[in-house]
Design a binder for this molecule. Structure first.
Ligand SMILES: [Zn+2]
Length: 531
């Protein structure tokens, strides 16, 4: 009678275990908050993978390698790769508070983004960061202060000129305040109005302000065409005269006339580095770019308000000048027409989304001659414009840039809502594409090297403290992925697919993706310079 049955014995064992766990939890006695076991660790430094565990406590990594101890949460990595969370240094995420989970980034392993690129940013960085804090975002968000935005605010409506002394002082003040509020540097977009009207000395003056706060100068350069060498001279001059680190954004060669010059471009940058300048570059792994369709129009047509553009194209003489300039632009890039441009998002007419310009011309005008294509572009801009995808690069150049040891992997994308518009697939797949296509299939890079370009290299370049490496003391941004399965199913025709192969994603110690599923954890926030 006194011998307990097997079931009740097990039951009391279970109760005892639960009781012990409860005591442990009450006393906070587990050694770690999180323990990742059985991982192949790519620590971000580029060295060979090492088998081991990673322990996390209080949002930081406390041990890597052979780890003994208990934890509140244990994730068995099952032999998959554990790497630092990826840092995407080139994004356009001003709308992050509207899409705070930013699942497209998380699911390709990105845990930190830098926004405010190509000269376009929020100018009140303190307010931006406060909004991010209130919206409970999933990622760490750093920002640059955008030169174009500063110019718009500081120059008051007229841009085809240099700022006067007073306006330049206002612009410097805006950069200074943004840097004090935690921006990581100054960005320019020198193909975009109004940044395109700035002369180099204006950029040097503002870059000096960013340099005084240890910021970096990040540039979508003036030319990515055959004239790229003039643009390289300019960024090198700015880095040298403002004594500032510099980053070439989304390095590329656009248009058939520019193709084949990747080695020459890298040689210019390597020479500048050899002379002591700190210059790096980033790249997305696609041969198409994406920006406003208006970039097919000359700057002079776009200066000022929308009404100014409408007035210009309504004046036959001015319109003829614009069309002549468009022909010049096409000739320089070696293009016969606009078949390389695909509309991504036309607010006034969503039926055009996903169509090439010749297709759109046919839909709207019944014909797709060059004249019809030009009229269609002007018409779309008159109705409020559209974003577009431009199939303009060569795969060979892309691979040469990708192989360079100072090329970071960055999407040039932003947070996406699944199913909305026909965006560039890079926002869903960039990092996965590098790991799947360029590491596993083409063997252009080793896995640890690709991880380094997504983690420690960006952290070192942008001075992001305690990020980008799996080591004791670092913030616990960790991704676990299957190197055999990682892939980017999103395509230009059908972009709304999350990357595959990422099983667990941890941001500042918070498990945000667990077993391939999004949790409710939102442990990101503003990432201020030096924090
Ligand atoms: Zn850009």
């Amino acid at each position: 009678m006194s011998v307990p049955s097997a079931t009740s014995f097990l039951y009391s064992m279970k109760l005892g275990f639960l009781f012990a766990s409860l005591l442990t939890a009450l006393a906070g006695a587990a050694d770690f908050d999180l323990l990742i076991t059985n991982a192949q660790i790519a620590d971000g430094g580029g060295g060979p993978l090492v088998q081991g565990s990673i322990a996390v406590k209080g949002g930081r990594i406390v041990a890597v390698g052979v780890v003994e101890g208990s934890a509140d949460t244990v994730i068995d990595a099952d032999g998959k790769v554990a790497a630092p969370g990826f840092i995407d240094v080139h994004t356009h995420s001003e709308d992050i508070c509207l899409i705070p989970a930013a699942e497209n980034f998380l699911r390709m392993g990105v845990t930190t983004i830098i926004t405010g690129n190509c000269g376009h940013s929020r100018t009140d960085v303190a307010k931006f960061f406060q909004e991010i804090e209130e919206s409970k975002v999933s990622l760490n968000v750093a920002t640059l202060i955008g030169h174009g935005s500063v110019r718009e605010e500081g120059m008051g409506g007229s841009f085809i000129r240099a700022p006067n002394a007073e306006q330049l002082a206002v612009m410097k003040g805006l950069v200074d305040q943004a840097m004090k509020d935690g921006a990581v540097g100054l960005s320019t977009g020198l193909i975009y109005v109004p940044g395109s009207f700035a002369k180099t000395d204006e950029l040097i003056a503002l870059a000096k302000v960013a340099a005084a706060h240890d910021g970096i100068y990040v540039s979508h350069m003036r030319y990515e065409t055959v004239r790229i060498f003039e643009a390289l001279d300019e960024i090198i001059r700015i880095a040298s005269e403002a004594k500032i680190r510099a980053e070439v954004s989304h390095i590329k060669l656009s248009g058939p006339t520019a193709w084949g010059k990747a080695h020459e471009v890298l040689a210019v940058l390597d020479k500048a580095r050899g002379e002591g300048l700190k210059i790096t570059q980033d790249q997305y792994a696609y041969t198409a770019s994406s920006t406003g369709l208006r970039q097919t129009l000359p700057d002079a047509a776009l200066e000022g308000e929308h009404a100014d553009f409408v007035a210009r194209v309504s004046d036959p003489k001015k319109k003829a000048e614009i069309i002549a300039k468009m022909a010049e632009m096409r000739a320089r890039q070696g293009r016969k027409d606009y078949g390389y441009a695909v509309i991504a998002r036309c607010r006034a007419d969503p039926s055009l989304n996903g169509k090439t310009i010749p297709e759109a011309a046919k839909m709207r005008r019944g014909a797709d001659t060059l004249e019809d294509q030009i009229e269609t572009i002007i018409e779309i801009e008159k109705q409020g414009g559209a974003s577009a995808i431009f199939h303009g690069m060569s795969e060979e150049d892309l691979q040469i840039f990708l192989k360079h040891p100072l090329t970071m992997i960055a999407s040039d994308g932003g947070p996406r809502r699944l199913g909305e518009d026909v965006p560039h697939p890079r926002s869903y797949g960039n990092n996965a594409r590098v790991l799947g296509r360029y590491v596993r299939e083409l063997k252009l890079l080793t896995l640890p090297e690709a991880v380094r370009r997504m983690t420690s290299l960006p952290a070192q370049t942008f001075h992001l403290k305690d990020r980008g490496m799996l080591k004791a003391g670092a913030h616990a941004d960790i991704v676990i992925f299957d190197p055999e399965k990682v892939t980017d199913p999103s395509t230009f025709d059908d972009p709304h697919h999350y990357a595959e192969g990422f099983e667990h994603v941890i941001v500042n110690g918070g498990v945000t993706i667990r077993d391939g599923k999004l949790t409710k954890k939102r442990s990101g926030g503003p990432l201020r310079m030096g924090q």
